[in-house]
Design a protein around this ligand. Structure first.
Ligand SMILES: [Zn+2]
Length: 232
């Protein structure tokens, strides 16, 4: 399975693939915290699932990889089925409830590092029944990790995926800066980090067509993460 590594050794970290060729990975994180669930229940927020992103990727037949939290999957089972049903989409793990396992990780809720392996394993058990293109890729919330956290993942045999192109889409109020942030940095082998969380990343679907056009101009081709990271 893509991303599977030897169980019992510190999880490796990658942030891009080979700088040869023309492939880039578009990755979309699906965050979900208890606070976000409370906002949905209270009606303060309409949706944390940006279906316009899926519409566009499907219409244009663009491959993508989704880093899913367990709580997002449980809140959006139909959207998860839609992602898993697309042969161009890969599914990856982004913790159960988007907690941090290190100190000073933005203002994310913190859990002790000895709960990390259980949290990530539980998330796989939530995601795996959906089938499709499952992987052993894992992304830390906020990309926050330290040696203790990487050691704690050793029993799971995963690959930790950061990324080399941060779109900056969380809480964005305009789409043009996202397009510029991505197109200024993207290169062959890049892993672009975006979010599919709608209310917390409201400009991503507006930026995406311009990002795709910019990639075409640069002769860069979106591909599933496993194909971007594969050694050439
Ligand atoms: Zn996240």
């Amino acid at each position: 399975m893509p991303g599977a590594t030897r169980v019992g050794t510190r999880a490796p970290v990658v942030d891009h693939g080979p700088r040869t060729g023309d492939k880039v990975a578009l990755t979309f994180d699906a965050d979900m915290t208890d606070g976000m669930l409370a906002s949905l229940r209270a009606g303060r927020v309409k949706s944390y699932a940006n279906l316009r992103i899926l519409d566009l990727l499907e219409r244009e037949r663009v491959p993508a990889t989704f880093f899913l939290t367990g709580k997002w999957v449980q809140r959006y089972p139909d959207v998860t089925r839609r992602i898993a049903g697309n042969p161009r989409f890969e599914l990856a793990n982004h913790t159960y409830g988007h907690a941090a396992f290190t100190a000073d990780c933005y203002d994310l809720p913190r859990l002790p590092v000895d709960e990390l392996a259980g949290d990530v394993a539980k998330t796989f058990t939530v995601i795996e029944p959906y089938g499709g293109r499952q992987t052993r890729y894992f992304r830390f919330p906020g990309l926050c990790h330290d040696p203790a956290a990487l050691d704690a993942l050793a029993p799971l045999g995963v690959t930790v995926v950061d990324g080399d192109v941060v779109s900056g889409d969380p809480f964005a109020t305009a789409w043009k800066p996202l397009v510029r942030a991505v197109l200024d940095k993207v290169r062959p082998g890049s892993v672009v980090i975006m979010h599919v969380t709608e209310a917390n990343a409201a400009m991503t679907d507006e930026a995406l067509p311009h990002i795709l056009a910019g990639l075409r101009e640069r002769n860069l081709v979106p591909a599933p993460l496993s194909e971007v990271l594969a050694a050439d």
